[in-house]
Design a binder for this molecule. Structure first.
Ligand SMILES: O=C(O)C1=C[C@@H](OP(=O)(O)O)[C@@H](O)[C@H](O)C1
Ligand SMILES: C=C(OP(=O)(O)O)C(=O)O
Length: 446
């Protein structure tokens, strides 16, 4: 395929490497894709309601499809109408004895594991043994076991089998490795006779997705109360999810990569569909980039970036915006000074080890980077030579980071396994093409 030829993401090869060509400027307008985290939540809550819910503007990523596939397998009716999905829910009665495959979607897998306590013998498997198959599930499984569920697993990893019934009551759950375990129990709680009085233990990570779960429960008429620090969440039992109509907002984590790209290159980029009052923690990427010296202003639901300013290093706690750390690392790699992201241990437990693997890829591109158990640092440069092949590590956010560095390199950068972008952002390359970037897509043998 030719460099710069505008291509639809639907015609890309099934598996491909991408060659990223350096570009002088980015210019144009893009509408942010629908939020991954709200799509998964709204689809699940709709299935837990009895009756029909229309989820307006659903994400088209693999993770969204994974949730839809599993909900269908559990007995939900699913109808696509344009960009919307109408779900006929199964309420508190997903089918028993079903095997679900959430693909490589961590949040989807964990949320479903929680709800599986309403069933007998739900098994979760994955066709991504080297990614989701390695991620820890033990904290959630232990919480479910303490509540009375029968649980089998591969040493705290997938495949797992879960059987209820569970009555509810007080439940401790560790919140220091992922917020998704707590969110899983929050989705389950209202459908249990006794509800759940959740006590979160350890240093709580990723508060923002927990607030998105509370927000989703409220949108479906579920009563819940939480302390300000979220260490305690009380959800009364015997409730019903109320069907209706919900609209998916724009996606901040994916768009953070476009914001960083636009800040790194001259030109002007307008990104719309990004509401100002939003609970997605990655909204903070805007403040981080501004602190670095980027020129970003808000115009209603749009953000306008005038790019090419000199950027400066920052030192920030990254836990509030975990899914934007990779994108912001691209900005840091081309900023003056050494940037450090603190308190990001959980990045090691994502699709790849986003601390060590990122350090290695930055070094491959000639950058200086270092790590501790829970931090990542990179020293900026104004010259990336390029002309190398970088490893995408099967991780969509790593692919976004490497793409941004390729756009600013002096020679093209090849990224292996770039099709994994589809996990969260299938139109990523097309959106950048619309702004003036050029890519070659090289088919890989399966
Ligand atoms: O609840 C969610 O939808 C998510 C929570 C976060 O995970 P952790 O809580 O494991 O940090 C985030 O990284 C992930 O992409 C989606
Ligand atoms: C880590 C991510 O997703 P998940 O945990 O849902 O797989 C992500 O989107 O970056």
């Amino acid at each position: 395929m030719n460099e710069g030829a505008l291509q639809d993401h639907l015609t890309l090869p099934e598996q491909f490497d991408v060659v990223v060509h350096p570009v002088r400027e980015l210019r144009g307008a893009v509408r942010a894709q629908p939020s991954k985290n709200y799509t998964t939540r709204y689809l699940l809550a709709a299935a837990l309601a009895e009756g029909e819910t229309r989820v307006v503007g659903v994400a088209t990523s693999e993770d969204a499809h994974a949730m839809l596939r599993c909900l269908r397998d559990w007995g939900a009716g699913i109808e696509h109408i344009g960009d919307d999905v109408v779900i006929r829910g199964f309420g508190a009665a997903p089918r028993a004895g079903v095997t679900l495959n959430p693909g490589n979607a961590g949040a989807v897998a964990r949320f479903l594991m929680g709800v599986a306590a309403l069933t007998r013998d739900t098994t979760l498997v994955t066709d991504h043994p080297d990614s989701l198959g390695r991620r820890p599930q033990g904290d959630l499984l232990e919480a479910l076991e303490r509540l009375g569920a029968r649980v089998g697993s591969n040493e705290g990893r997938l495949p797992v089998t879960i059987s209820g019934p569970v009555r509810g009551g007080v439940a401790e759950v560790s919140a220091e490795r992922s917020s998704q375990y707590t969110s899983a129990l929050m989705f389950l709680a209202p459908l249990l006779p006794g509800g759940l009085d959740l006590r979160l233990t350890g240093q709580i990570k990723s508060h923002a997705p927990l607030r998105q779960t509370l927000d989703t429960l409220a949108a479906f008429g579920i009563r819940a109360a939480a302390t300000d620090d979220l260490s305690r969440v009380q959800i009364p039992g015997g409730q019903r999810y109320r069907p209706g109509r919900v609209m998916v907002p724009g996606d901040y984590p994916g768009t953070a990569a476009l914001l960083a790209a636009a800040a790194l290159l001259p030109g002007e980029v307008r990104l719309s569909n990004l509401r100002e009052n939003d609970l997605q923690g990655e909204r903070e990427a805007v403040d981080v980039l501004r602190e670095m010296g980027a020129d970003i202003h808000r115009d209603g639901d749009a953000l306008v970036v005038r790019g090419g300013q000199t950027l400066r290093a920052v030192n920030r706690d990254g836990d509030g915006f975990t899914d934007a750390v990779q994108a912001l690392t691209a900005a840091a790699a081309l900023a003056e000074g050494t940037t450090t992201w603190r308190n990001v241990y959980t990045l090691r437990l994502k699709e790849c080890d986003r601390i060590s693997d990122t350090r290695r890829e930055l070094e491959r591109l000639g950058l200086q980077a270092s790590e501790t158990e829970d931090s990542l640092s990179v020293t900026g440069t104004n010259r990336i030579a390029g002309g190398v092949t970088a490893d995408g590590h099967g991780d969509h956010r790593m692919i976004m980071l490497l793409t941004l560095l390729g756009l600013r390199a002096e020679a093209p950068v090849r990224i292996t396994g770039a099709h994994h972008i589809r996990k969260s952002y299938p139109q990523f390359f097309m959106h950048l093409q619309a702004l003036g970037a050029g890519f070659d897509f090289l088919e890989r043998e399966s």
